[in-house]
Design a protein around this ligand. Sequence first.
Ligand code: C2E
Ligand code: MG
Ligand code: MG
Length: 601
Amino acid sequence: MIEAAARGISKVLLIDDAPEIHALFRAHLKALPIELVHAFSGTEGLDAASTHRPALILLDYQMPDMDGMTVLKTLKENADLASIPVMLVTGADDQKTVSEAFALGAADYIRKPVCAAEVKARVTRELHTQALMAELSRRAYHDTLTGLPNREFLVEQIERTIERKRRDPAYHFAVLFFDFDRFKNVNDSLGHEVGDSLLMEIAERFRCNLRSVGTVSLYESSTVARIGGDEFVVLLEGLSSPGDAESIAGRLLEAFAQGYQLGEHEVFSTASVGIVTSELGHETVAALLRDADTAMYEAKSAGRGRYAVFDRSMRMRVKRKLEIESALYQAIEQQQFVLHYQPIICLTTGRVESVEALIRWKHPERGLLYPDRFVSIAEEVGLIVPIGDWVLREAVRQFAEWQSRGAHAPSSVSVNLARQQLLVPRFVERVEQILAEAGVARSDLYLEVTESEMMRDAVATTAVLKALQELGVRIQMDDFGTGHSSLACLRDFPFDVLKIDRSFVQSMGDGRDLMAVLNAIIELAHDLDMRTVAEGIESAEQVISLQALNCDFGQGYYFAKPLPAEEIPAFTERMNTGVAMAEAIPAGDVPVFRRVGIAGH
Ligand code: C2E
Ligand code: MG
Ligand code: MG
C-alpha cells in the first residue's frame, strides 16, 4: 500500500456483482495511475474497504446480497471508512436514487451504461480533488520548513490523548516542551538560511532519536511538532510509566548536545525541556502546554541543556512573579524605590573609600523588599533599564549632595549595572549626561558588573565598558569567583577594581587552601593593576587575614550594613577619624589601621 502511494498510484475499489462491469471498468481505467481492487458483493466490498483503504469506491446500486444504499450507509457509519469518497454506479434516469445517495454522503455518480470518457473524467476529477484535499490538510497540519506536524495538529492530537486518559486512568502520556538555546544567536549572526538548516537538522534528530528510543518500547507512539520559531513539542503516548518521560528527555538532550555541521559552520544549540505528565490531570491542551512552557523556563533558568518536570509549586512561583511584574510598573510610576549605601573601607587606613548603592523597594503591602526578590524579574521583563537609570541618577545626585555638605563624604560611589543597561543605545552618553548634570567627576563613579552578566554578550558589553572607561568612569568586577570564566574576563577586560565574592571571605577560616587561592587572586589583580575589595566581611579575624593578604578594601556587616543615605556622613566621619572602630570592635584580636592607629584601644 505504501509503495503504491509512493509511486503516486491510488487504489480504487469496485463493488459490483456483474463480472462484465468489472471487465469494462478495467478497460476504461487502464490509462489512469490506479490499482483496481475487485469485490463482487456488498459484504465482500465492505471487507475490501477495510483491508485496502482505497482512495475511491465505485459502488453498484443493485446487488443481490446487500444493495448499494446499505453498503453506502454502512461505510458512512464506520469512523475509519467514512472519509473514503464513494461514487454510485446507477441507471441513467434514476433521479430519486441519485438524490438519496447524495443525502447519504456519496461523492458523485456514474450512469449506466458506463461510457469510457465519462468514467475516466469523473474518476480522475475525484482523485485530483482528493489529492488536493490531502495536500491542503497536510499543509494545514504541517510546518512547511521541517515537514513536522504543526501546532494545530499537535493540539488535536493532545486533545485525543487527554480524552483517552479520561476513559482509561491507567493510560500514561507526557508532553515535552523543547526550546533551543541560542537559536536566535545563530539566526542573527549566521543568517536565516543557516538558522533554517539548523531547524531542519533539529527536526531530523528528533525523528531519528524518537524512532530508536521507541524500539525499547518505553511508549507506544510519539508525535513531534514544531509549534514556534525554535519551539518543538514531543507528545509521548502510552508510556509504560510516567517517570519514563524523564529518561526519554535525558536521551534526547544528549542527542542535542552534539554539534551540527551546517556548511562550513559548526553550531551548538543545546535544548531546555519542560515536562508535563498525564498524572497531573490537565483538562485542556492550553493548560498543559502553558505548564510545559513554564517548566521549560525553569529548566532554562536552572542553566540550559537540562529538563524540568512541572509541579504545582512552579505555578505558584509563576503567579507570584506575574504579581511582582505588574507591581513593578507601579513602583516605577510611584517612586517606591529607595537606595541604601554600604560603605567600602580602605583596609590600610580604615577610611571610607566608597559606598555601594543598593536598591530596596518600599512595597506598599509587603514592606521593604531586597533586590533578590525583584531584580531578576525586572531584568527578565526589561524593567531593569528604567529602574537602573533611576538608580544611577539617584546615586550620583546623592553623592553630589554629600560632597556639597562638607568634609565627611565618601570619595566615590559604586553603582550596580545590569547587562541590559549596557546594551541600551547611547548608554555611555547617558552616563556622561547624568554626571555632568550633578557636577560629579567621572572618576568618582564606579560601575559594577558581574562576570555572568558580562559573559552573556561579551563582545558587545566589553565594547561599552571600554567606552565608559575612556570616559573616565571606573569599572569594577562584582562577585569575582562565582562563575566559570572569571579569569577569562580579567584577560579580556582591564577592570579597575575586582570585588572578591563573599563566599571566599566567608569560608576563609575553613582551611589553608582557600587562603592560598585568595592570595593568588589578590596578587594576580595587583599584577594586572587592579585593586581588590573583599565582600561580605563579618568578623575582625577576616579583616586581619585580608590585611595580611594585602587586600585593598573591605565591605561587609563588620563595618556596616547598607545604610540609609542620611546616615552616611556621620558614619564616614566616625570612620575617618578613627572613632567608629573604637566603638564597634570587641576586645580580642582587632584589626589595625595604619592611619588611625590601633583601632579600639
Ligand atoms: P552585590 O552587588 O554583590 O551587593 C552586595 C550584597 O551583599 C548586598 O545585598 C549586601 O547587603 C550584601 N552584603 C554586604 N555585606 C554583607 C555581609 O557582611 N554579609 C552578608 N551575608 N551579606 C552582605 P543586597 O543589597 O541584598 O543586594 C543583592 C544584589 O542585588 C547585589 O549584590 C546586586 O547584585 C543586586 N543589586 C542591588 N542593587 C542593585 C541595583 O541598583 N541594580 C542592579 N542591577 N542590581 C542591584
Ligand atoms: Mg555590587
Ligand atoms: Mg557583589
